[in-house]
Write a protein that binds this ligand. Structure first.
Ligand SMILES: NC(=O)c1ccc[n+]([C@@H]2O[C@H](COP(=O)([O-])OP(=O)(O)OC[C@H]3O[C@@H](n4cnc5c(N)ncnc54)[C@H](O)[C@@H]3O)[C@@H](O)[C@H]2O)c1
Ligand SMILES: O=c1ccn([C@@H]2O[C@H](COP(=O)(O)OP(=O)(O)O[C@H]3O[C@H](CO)[C@@H](O)[C@H](O)[C@H]3O)[C@@H](O)[C@H]2O)c(=O)[nH]1
Length: 440
């Protein structure tokens, strides 16, 4: 099939590439000429395991193309995926300007049937807005051309995006059109594996499903984070509790890890947007108010522990930070807990030496050169002469360090671990002062 994907960010690029991988002809459009140049030159503008090889393979096979030319992109695909950003507006609602602009571009240039698919995360009612924008552009041209709009939210996780797209748990399709359903059934047939993954529903339910999924996951995390704080006070171990409750199939083991807060480009923004939708409809989502409040507090937790130890005048102190990305296997730092911690440490006069396997360039882009931030080339380099180590992201490379070296490099054997990477007892036996989350 011939597919156009509008927006080549995490979602657009993964969608386009994976659809090409199963044999479709795909054209990816982005308005950012730098991204398209990079892609045309065989590189990818983001860090995502397995993606670069797949892009190169499909470009070489002639199935995957990139452009900044809107007219060309509209003409290309019968199916047009909208995968542009939907960042939070000032009031927390999703800013739909990019989605609507993409829809208008289609309406301006289409000259045969198009199925327009919202893949971006968008509030309930957005498909109606996309339909209206398209219809308006067609009316302006005096053109009567058939089109359908469907919702197909994306559930991939950064760092595992290719795997998630190729082997989805479910594929949600929201549409009231038989033609759209048939086209999307055909398109997604290669991703079904051993049983039916497609959930076809009405558009509004599909739009809400995406927010419901992210809000549910964020709720689990905030709940575990609050329990972890309580466990610490009670002398209980949140890791034992996690095993204890996860064995109940109604609860399950996944996504129950207490830590230093959730970040990323999705949970914070989507929880906010869903709360906003609730407010606009006179339905306060009190649980989500608490989820967000708990997460804001949790992002401060390592700094609070550090202040309890050193006081809040950190002038002249230096701390090592392992991990800057909001989670492992990505260079994404949007809403990353590391950023909250850096700001707090700097505000108290401390400096930081930091290492992340993928997010160093992104850190440089965000903070530029500053005297109170040293970006170093290895985990051990961050430790030299530091007052303590803060572990913020659970990259594999941090899981089994040489603890003797670690201890010899730090000023004192002190670790604040926001991701519970080590066994407290073993750490104590090795002579560390070790502060995990929710563990004795
Ligand atoms: N990142 C994720 O893990 C993830 C997962 C599921 C869903 N989502 C949702 O998918 C959407 C996209 O997220 P992302 O992380 O890929 O965003 P992103 O910011 O990485 O990429 C969006 C891209 O769209 C381009 N763009 C904007 N307007 C355009 C237009 N009119 N025409 C062509 N290109 C245009 C931008 O230049 C940018 O490259 C969001 O709604 C997000 O919530 C993201
Ligand atoms: O038990 C857990 C699991 C995750 N996290 C944190 O939660 C955040 C989000 O993690 P994750 O969900 O793995 O990353 P995202 O790439 O943001 O993916 C989420 O957001 C995407 C965008 O909407 C959705 O498509 C995915 O299904 C959804 O998992 C990160 O900061 C993690 O450190 C925890 O603290 N504890």
């Amino acid at each position: 099939m011939k597919i156009t994907v509008i927006g080549t960010g995490y979602v657009g690029l993964v969608t386009g590439t994976c659809l090409a991988e199963v044999g479709n002809d795909v054209l990816c459009l982005d308005l950012d000429p730098k991204k398209i140049e990079t892609l045309k030159a065989g590189g990818i503008p983001i860090y995502e395991p397995g993606l670069e090889d797949m892009v190169q393979r499909n470009v070489a096979a002639g199935r995957l193309h990139f452009t900044t030319d809107i007219e060309e992109s509209v003409a290309f695909g019968q199916i047009q995926f909208i995968a542009v950003g939907t960042p939070p507006d000032e009031d927390g609602s999703a800013d739909l300007q990019y989605v609507v602009a993409a829809a208008r571009n289609i309406g301006r240039h289409m000259d045969d049937y198009k199925l327009v698919v919202d893949k971006s995360t968008v509030p309930v009612g957005t498909a109606d807005k996309v339909r209206a924008a398209l219809a308006e552009e067609l009316a302006r041209r005096g053109a009567a051309i058939e089109f359908n709009v469907a919702s197909n939210p994306e559930f991939l996780k950064e760092g595992a995006a290719v795997e998630d797209f190729m082997k989805p748990d479910r594929i949600v399709i929201g549409t009231d059109s038989e033609r759209a359903t048939q086209l999307l059934r055909q398109l997604y047939a290669p991703f079904q594996r051993n049983h039916e993954r497609l959930r076809v529903m009405d558009v509004r339910s599909a739009e809400l499903t995406k927010y419901a999924a992210n809000a549910m996951l964020a709720t689990r995390i905030s709940f575990m984070n609050e329990l972890a704080v309580l466990a610490e006070k009670l002398g209980a171990d949140i890791e034992q509790v996690r095993h204890g409750i996860g064995s109940d199939p109604r609860i399950g083991y996944d996504f129950l890890y207490a830590g230093c807060g959730y970040g990323g480009s999705c949970f914070p923004k989507d929880v906010q947007a869903l709360r906003r939708t609730g407010q606009e409809n006179g339905v306060p989502l009190r649980v989500l108010d608490a989820v967000e409040e708990a997460n804001d507090a949790q992002k401060q937790i390592l700094v609070n522990k550090l202040v309890a130890r050193f006081g809040n005048d950190l002038e002249g102190r230096r701390f090592a930070m392992w991990g800057l990305a909001f989670k492992p296997n990505t260079d994404d730092m949007r809403e990353a807990p590391s950023r909250t911690m850096l700001d707090a440490l700097w505000a108290m006069g401390a400096s930081v030496s930091a290492y992340d396997p993928a997010a160093m360039d992104e850190t440089r882009r965000i903070y530029g050169e500053r005297a109170d931030l040293q970006l170093v080339d290895s985990p051990m380099d961050a430790l030299k002469g530091a007052d303590a180590l803060l572990i913020v992201t659970e990259w594999k490379v941090f899981r089994s360090p040489n603890f003797d070296t670690l201890k010899s490099l730090l000023k004192a054997p002190l670790i604040f671990d926001g991701r519970n990477l080590y066994e407290p007892r073993a750490m104590r036996e090795m002579g560390f002062d070790y502060f995990p989350i929710g563990r004795p």
